[in-house]
Design a protein around this ligand. Sequence first.
Ligand code: DP6
Length: 333
Amino acid sequence: MHMADSYNIASARAHSNIAFIKYWGNRDPLLRLPANSSLSMNLLALHTTTTVRWSADLAADSLTINGEAANVAALRRVQAHLDMLRRRLGTKLRAQVDSRNNFPMGAGIASSASAFAALTMAAVAALHGQLAERELTTLARLGSGSAARSIPGGFVEWQAANAHADSYAETIAPADHWQLADVIAIVSHQHKRVGSTAGHASAHSSLFQSARVETAAARLQEVKQALYQRDFAWLARVVEADSNLMHAVMMTSAPPLFYWQPLTLAVMEAVRNWREADGLRVCYTLDAGPNVHCICAAADAQAVAERLADLSPDIDMLRSGVGGGAVVLSASE
Ligand code: DP6
């Protein structure tokens, strides 16, 4: 690597996030302007580390994921993101992108949020761009909506809006505001058949989507208050309701999307029971897949993990506390 190359290289790390109020459906799919505002918690233990090298010597953009050449679909999506960043940063250079997740790819845990957050941070840093966090969140959003929420730290709100610059994400409480944990019950390692991007596109075909969207802002305000007051019972009620509403939309879309498996429902019922009958501070939320995120008070995470293990030998687990924001790990001077 010669001098010019070492000048244009940077690495960044971003955490995955789990939504308490879900993003499902876009008002503008190309700009990824969401139908409703959403709110999430960053996951400390799950992250993507991405290195971007911009160089005049490259004939084309390239992408490796966990050390292996990415498939064409992943490469195209990253190229489209790089095209957008090239326009914003005023460069024609091609990029070599190396992305690594510290969590198993086949676990059905979304990696697009941490991936596009880390890619955006690294790509901008490698060109020595000085962009405000707010703009970085809007740029990450163009790659994957939920990636906007992986740029700021802790508990993050992403604004729905009609214009690109107004649909940004920001921290509403830092990571240390509340010791929560996510015990992820992995009930299936199968790759999801219908991904989020296709799911967003069909959300409007459900009769229930408009009702979900119209009431989302009120739920978001409740989750925010429950977070500020550290009121777990309140948080649990609204987080579960919001997840149920999104899955009701999914199941009633054309074509219908059923992400739940028998073990998914068993975990959901057990979680509600552990909370209501046994007093554990735990609730569930699900993304576009069968795995159950058990959001709990950190002090109850061990008990939740033990109970999940007792429930079925077929459940694998990932555990995480609350994570900070995306960071640049190294940039040449
Ligand atoms: C169900 O952000 O993965 O996880 O913008 O098409 O990349 P794209 O979708 P994505 O959608 C996330 C959907 C969800 C809910 C959420 O995280 O808010």
